[in-house]
Design a protein around this ligand. Structure first.
Ligand code: C2O
Ligand code: CU
Length: 517
């Protein structure tokens, strides 16, 4: 089939169930063939109707736009939501309906994906799978009920757009939140290269074409082909592809891309944000890793954090000096603040640089830009210490089906995939794994590669087999197998993929978990 044929085939498949034809027609036929439950299926609408609602509608506008953004004395030309990085924080209460108008003023199609939150499938923002991408100059309104409280975020699901400035936090408050706090701070971390001599598209081209110093440039106007071996790109800065980023916490290779800056709430380390409070106050700090290729190790100097949530879901409180946060993951912590000025740092794991902010509750010199709190060495290792609170624990049940997703590929060939295949949005083929409503599914991520992957499933918060920790994004170390259990209660077509942007986009470490009737 040509790709156009495949596309119309896919559309036809989704349309059949959209119209409810699958169930209607199968009644009289000898063997009912399973049909995909498409994003516009009545079953999706039914699941949405069943969500508990406050009746409140919270409007938001996301204007995706190209232009200059000040990162704190460094101005870059990039793509952002409304010229600010991170994009506007959307904050609602559990059960509210979000009505987010995406206005696409970019020179390219885009979408918005709502990372981690279980919503109706046709609002999930995945081009060709749940909607058509929004063309340049056009708009799309996302409308969905946010029924699960927690710390989430949003970003496009198109090409390398996430590694520009297109991301923002989505906070769903819980009116029944048991642990009180005086301050509520959102910290969004990012690795930055766009507008510093390279675009993310050039980074991807270099990764795919040039691991042996033979970088292929995407366009004629691209800077001289950069390599990892010390040759310099534009402005004498090192090229974007990297070797030697290494971390024992990540099982070796810590990333593929050499970034120019690491940002905390859109600021370079020389121009940090200051969070002000009173000594003795309790702060809830919500960490979001919006980076494309960087895990961050976060700590607050002279404080021990108490971990209360991961990926939006509560855990039994655990003390930690530092936390490792992979791309796509979130953690919420509580800290009781001392008196003074303290460095809040996010170490780019294995990359020898950091992002930072200052927490100030009293007088005193600000911590130096190089401050590296000792707490960074008291990092919580793995997920073993995290246990879900009973209200969010998944009931014990044997899986009805187990799907093994082998993570494959090598850095040298840059051929990341699942089961040795590279995902194609237009034709998922064998990378569409059928599941059905009412099942307990076990997805087993088996990492056969030499590098860690940060694996994410859309539309469901799974439980890690063993600890039961509820998550939607999980680190899978080289050689490791991680089992993720979930109940199929949210019909539709849902992506499962690595959240290292350069492993997923075009490089192909993606699959679809596709509900069928
Ligand atoms: Cu942040 Cu497909 O995900
Ligand atoms: Cu990966």
């Amino acid at each position: 089939m040509t790709s156009i044929d495949r596309r119309s085939f896919l559309r036809a498949g989704l349309t059949a169930t959209t119209l409810g034809a699958a169930t209607a027609c199968s009644a009289g036929s000898p063997a009912a063939t399973p049909k995909l439950i498409g994003p516009d299926s009545p079953l999706v609408a039914r699941a949405e109707a069943a969500r508990s609602k406050t009746g409140r509608v919270v409007p938001a506008t996301l204007k995706a736009t190209a232009g200059p953004v000040d990162l704190g004395g460094v101005t870059v030309h990039t793509w952002s939501y409304g010229g600010q990085i991170p994009g506007p924080e959307i904050r609602v209460r559990k059960g509210d309906q979000i009505q987010a108008l995406l206005r696409n003023a970019l020179p390219a199609p885009t979408t918005t994906h709502w990372h981690g939150i279980a919503i109706r499938n046709n609002m999930d923002g995945v081009p060709m799978i749940t909607q058509s991408a929004v063309p340049a100059g056009q708009s799309f309104t996302y409308r969905f009920t946010a029924s699960d409280p927690g710390t989430y975020w949003y970003h496009p699901h198109v090409g390398t757009q996430l590694d520009r400035g297109l991301y923002g936090p989505l906070i769903v408050e819980d009116p029944g939140e048991p642990a009180p706090y005086d301050q509520d701070w959102t910290i969004v971390l990012d690795d930055w290269i766009d507008g510093t001599g390279y675009t993310p598209d050039q980074v991807l081209a270099d990764l795919r074409g040039g691991m042996n110093g033979m970088g292929s440039s995407a366009t004629a106007s691209a800077p001289p082909s950069p390599t990892m071996n010390g040759m310099s790109g534009m402005n004498g800065t090192p090229g974007p592809t990297m070797s030697g980023a290494s971390s024992s916490l990540l099982g070796g290779d810590a990333g593929d891309v050499r970034y120019r800056y690491y940002l905390l709430n859109g600021r370079v380390p020389a121009a940090p944000r200051t969070f002000a409070a009173q000594p003795g106050q309790r702060a809830r700090v919500r960490f979001v890793n919006a980076g494309a290729d960087t895990s961050f190790r976060v700590a607050l100097g002279e404080h021990t954090m108490t971990v209360t949530h991961t990926d939006g879901y509560p855990v039994s409180p655990v003390p930690a000096g530092a936390l490792l946060i992979a791309p796509g993951e979130r953690y919420d912590v509580l800290v009781t603040l001392g008196d003074g000025a303290f460095p809040l740092v996010a170490l780019a794991e294995g990359k020898g640089a950091l992002a930072r902010a200052i927490v100030r509750t009293g007088a005193g010199d600000p911590p130096p830009v190089t401050a590296r709190p000792a707490e960074l060495d008291r990092v919580l290792r793995g997920y073993g210490a995290l246990r879900p609170v009973s209200s969010v624990a998944l009931a014990a049940r044997q899986p009805d089906i187990t799907r093994r997703l082998e993570l494959t590929g090598t850095m040298a060939r840059y051929d990341w995939g699942i089961d040795g295949r590279s995902f194609d949005m237009a034709d998922p083929g064998p990378l569409r794994f059928p599941i059905r409503q009412g099942q307990r599914v076990r997805a087993v991520f088996a990492n056969t590669t030499m590098m860690y992957h940060s694996m994410h499933i859309h539309g469901h918060t799974f439980a890690l087999a063993g600890s039961g920790t509820r998550k939607d994004t999980v680190i899978v170390l080289p050689g490791q197998e991680v089992s993720c259990d979930f109940d199929t209660v949210n019909p539709g077509q849902w992506m499962a993929h690595c959240h290292n942007l350069y492993h997923a986009t075009d490089s192909g470490m993606m699959a679809v978990l596709g509900y069928e009737t």
